[in-house]
Design a protein around this ligand. Sequence first.
Ligand SMILES: Nc1nc2c(ncn2[C@@H]2O[C@H](COP(=O)(O)OP(=O)(O)OP(=O)(O)O)[C@@H](O)[C@H]2O)c(=O)[nH]1
Ligand SMILES: [Mg+2]
Length: 395
Amino acid sequence: MFHDRARIHVQAGRGGDGALSFRREKFVPKGGPDGGDGGPGGDVVLVADPDLRDLSSFRMKQRFKAGKGGAGGGSSRHGASGETVELRVPVGTQVLDEDEQLVADLAAPGARLAAARGGAGGRGNRRFATPTRQTPRFAETGLSGEEATLQLRLKLLADAALVGLPNAGKSSLLSRISNAKPKVAEYPFTTLQPVLGTVESDERQLVVADVPGLIEGASEGVGLGHEFLAHLERARLLVHMIDAAAGDPAEAFEAINQELEAYGAGLAERPQVVVLNKIDLLPEPPTFETDDPRVVRVFALSAATGEGVEAFRRALFELCPPAEAPKQDDEGLADYLAYRPKPDPRRRFRILRTDRGFRVAGRASSDEELEQALREAGAKVGDEVEVEGEALEFT
Ligand SMILES: Nc1nc2c(ncn2[C@@H]2O[C@H](COP(=O)(O)OP(=O)(O)OP(=O)(O)O)[C@@H](O)[C@H]2O)c(=O)[nH]1
Ligand SMILES: [Mg+2]
């Protein structure tokens, strides 16, 4: 089976607590505060791995938890950072949140997404010492890590994808031009899951996808089509295969195009190469006239005898110019494809108590929201509120 969907729950680690500690030295009656900070919690990170084919690794396990940060200690010792958990996903995995919003598209090998970020460690009491407060008897607790339920959807990345009615000879052609060995048989729906093949030239490689055959109604879920139409979305070129020995090629051409249009997602506008297959069965070369602007070339060949296949293979490289490598930002996210996670309203900021008042960790979206949260936490006019390192008075 080919698993192109998974649902996972990710939980980042909690930050370690800050320490409450005072120096104890011989002959020094009252040592100063020396409680160190807690370590940050570990993240849960998704990494696009070119060696993975599908999402089947998530069938057995769906819940992932990163490590807790260690507590701070005396003598200003920092707590250890929590262990990060890395989950490998195939290249082309899209990550969606519970509202079906796209969070990230891991379309480049090595692309990473911090799916849940670890909580910050609490500050030790050493950090709260001031000239007027020399013995702070408090420290912060660590913050909890982010948590999310995510949907993973694999959409294959291919330079070109074969489309056509069942039995047109798509798998036969792919096995001729690439390293893939898909099953070929004389009955429809032989191919039950997408297959990727690599086509080689002296200086380049192309990835060609073979997806299950489409029939009328595929876009509405008839046959196997709908499930797999998603895998055509990211092919730059569609190779439209037609069995030229089975009736009027124009009819088969029309039937498939209607399904592409009904599916949407830009498939109806994608450039197409028409391949008229099985010419070995025809006494005369087939004719196919079209003024469809999407059709960039028409080939006649036989996947069975190999006639015309080499010319097609060579032309594929011209028709699929090298793709620009996705740009990556510092975090390794492909920037044109990376969407920032929508902040979880419950976890965007937190209010912590200090001995003088309150501290705001994170950022509220508006002053009103912050004020309301502070009031709920018990803040009174005149209390000190520390926001982003600045001490303010609550008014
Ligand atoms: N005579 C002849 N037969 C062919 C040719 N190409 C494919 N076939 C035969 O047509 C049948 C279907 O071929 P497949 O490659 O499995 O077709 P497909 O488009 O992948 O079919 P599905 O996976 O079912 O969608 C098989 O029996 C092939 O041997 C050809 O050029 N000439
Ligand atoms: Mg097939």
